[in-house]
Design a protein around this ligand. Structure first.
Ligand SMILES: Cc1cc2nc3c(=O)[nH]c(=O)nc-3n(C[C@H](O)[C@H](O)[C@H](O)COP(=O)(O)OP(=O)(O)OC[C@H]3O[C@@H](n4cnc5c(N)ncnc54)[C@H](O)[C@@H]3O)c2cc1C
Length: 418
């Protein structure tokens, strides 16, 4: 194959979503020469629930982009609303930190990702849009990953070389596939459908997760957006969907029309045509290997989505920062080997696994409709249980209250119940 251009960088980041743009921006601050590639042209949309967690805001501030984000249409999200299969509602505000009220945002990915990408560009990073990576180039002796090959939107083929390739190319990551990292364990993958509505009633400014008997541990969600819109969707563990032969689209509209907790809120609403779209979600309950000889993975490409809430932007941003630190250390040592990059695994274990594993325990405890009903009854009336839920959802260092079935049952089954 004839390639018309060859270029060398310290690092190539494949994919300019939140993970890739954050990684490239943090890398640029360390003097590393970066190429950030994406197959799309920005602004581009990404199928998403559009919820940005409170923890994400810390890192958006560090990236220097939070003020810009706050100047575009968004909606402040102050907490979570849950409902159990029997319709018990529980509100959980995002807990304060250091006495300060915290919140998240609802913002369209078309806008958020574009701001992150433009911010990366402003950090003297070389960027290339409309370039689809089609394969990795490996050194024939060491089998180290040394570059990428791909195609421009006009069909031109190009190759680029670097000391390290970062796969930030989302759930279907070619970097994860070609390095053999990705697993296909459907018990740890999710499937979601989302669409936009106008005129949904009684929205309180919370991310709403409504657990339905047929979907658990999955749920139906509503996220209030700017200008009277709502992001509405449905998500389920892929293994459950296949085992129960669920048609997600039917389930979404059946819920809107018939669910006793929800149907009245949709009676004056209209769906925004053409917005019903779906995607796969790689849960961090069983991450795959995210590093090797000459390569690293971030965000969805590394399977880092919260297995309880389905949120993945936060960990995409955080893993982008972790990988930038790992590469800048490797750059100083001129060592891009698998053993050098194993420090990334240690960092993931320390920084992200506690919240991922805690959330996985929450997901597991939500598989029984009977227990979920009991739990929500208790949470609805007991501030301590609500506080525990809040810290598990938002605090990396929260106690592992869901890890033992025994402790969970004791919490659910001991008085006071009501
Ligand atoms: C229906 C649904 C709802 C969700 N709701 C939420 C939510 O409310 N909140 C939340 O936090 N998370 C949510 N998520 C998860 C969230 O969307 C992802 O976790 C997040 O986008 C991961 O960011 P990323 O940067 O790793 O990957 P992505 O955002 O997927 O970005 C990957 C980038 O790589 C590019 N790319 C892909 N392949 C190539 C290639 N071969 N060559 C070049 N470029 C390539 C793509 O164009 C894209 O720009 C949801 C997901 C789905 C499917």
């Amino acid at each position: 194959m004839a390639h018309d251009e060859t270029k060398r960088f310290n690092a190539i980041v494949v994919g300019a979503g939140p993970g890739g743009s954050s990684c490239a921006t943090f890398l640029s601050k360390t003097g590393v020469n970066v190429l950030l590639l994406d197959k799309e042209f920005f602004p581009r949309d990404k199928i998403c629930g559009d919820g940005i967690s409170a923890r994400s805001l810390d890192i958006l501030r560090e990236l220097g982009v939070l003020e810009k984000i706050e100047s575009i249409p968004l909606r402040k999200i102050s907490g979570f609303t849950f409902s159990s299969p029997d319709g018990t509602l529980v509100d959980i505000p995002i807990p304060k930190r250091g006495g300060n009220i915290r919140h998240g945002y609802a913002i369209r990915r078309l806008l958020l990702d574009n701001l992150l990408f433009q911010n990366a560009k402003e950090h003297s990073i070389k960027t290339m849009e409309g370039f689809t990576v089609t394969g990795l180039i490996k050194d024939s002796h060491s089998s180290r990953v040394v570059g990428v090959e791909g195609t421009m939107s006009d069909g031109q083929k190009k190759t680029f070389y670097a000391d390290v390739i970062v796969g930030a190319d989302g759930v279907n990551s070619i970097v994860a596939r070609e390095t053999g990292a990705r697993h296909g364990d459907i018990a740890h993958l999710g499937v979601s459908l989302r669409c936009y509505y106008r005129g949904v009633g009684d929205m309180k400014g919370n991310l709403e997760l409504h657990f339905l008997d047929k979907l658990i541990p999955g749920y139906f969600w509503i996220l209030p957006m700017a200008n009277g819109f709502a992001n509405v969707g449905i998500g389920i563990v892929m293994a459950e969907m296949r085992a129960k032969k669920i048609n997600l689209k039917n389930e979404l509209f059946r819920t809107i029309e018939n669910n006793p907790v929800l149907k009245d809120r949709f009676k004056d609403s209209t769906v925004v045509p053409g917005t019903l779209k779906g995607g796969t979600i790689p849960f961090g309950s069983k991450r795959w290997k995210a590093y090797g000889n000459g390569w690293l993975l971030v965000g969805d490409a590394a399977s880092l989505v919260n297995p309880f809430t389905g949120e993945g932007i936060e960990n995409a941003l955080y893993s982008g920062r972790l990988v930038a630190a790992v590469i800048s250390e490797a750059y100083l040592k001129k060592d891009y080997s698998e053993s050098q990059f194993s420090s990334y695994e240690h960092a993931l274990k320390k920084e992200l696994d506690p919240i991922l594993q805690n959330s996985y325990q929450m997901q597991k405890r939500s598989r029984s409709g009977f227990l979920l009903n009991l739990f929500m009854h208790k949470a609805a009336r007991n501030q301590k249980v609500r506080d525990l839920m809040a810290s598990t959802l938002t605090d990396v260092n929260s106690r592992q209250i869901y890890s033992s079935l025994f402790i969970y049952l004791r919490m659910v089954l001991t008085p006071p119940y009501w």
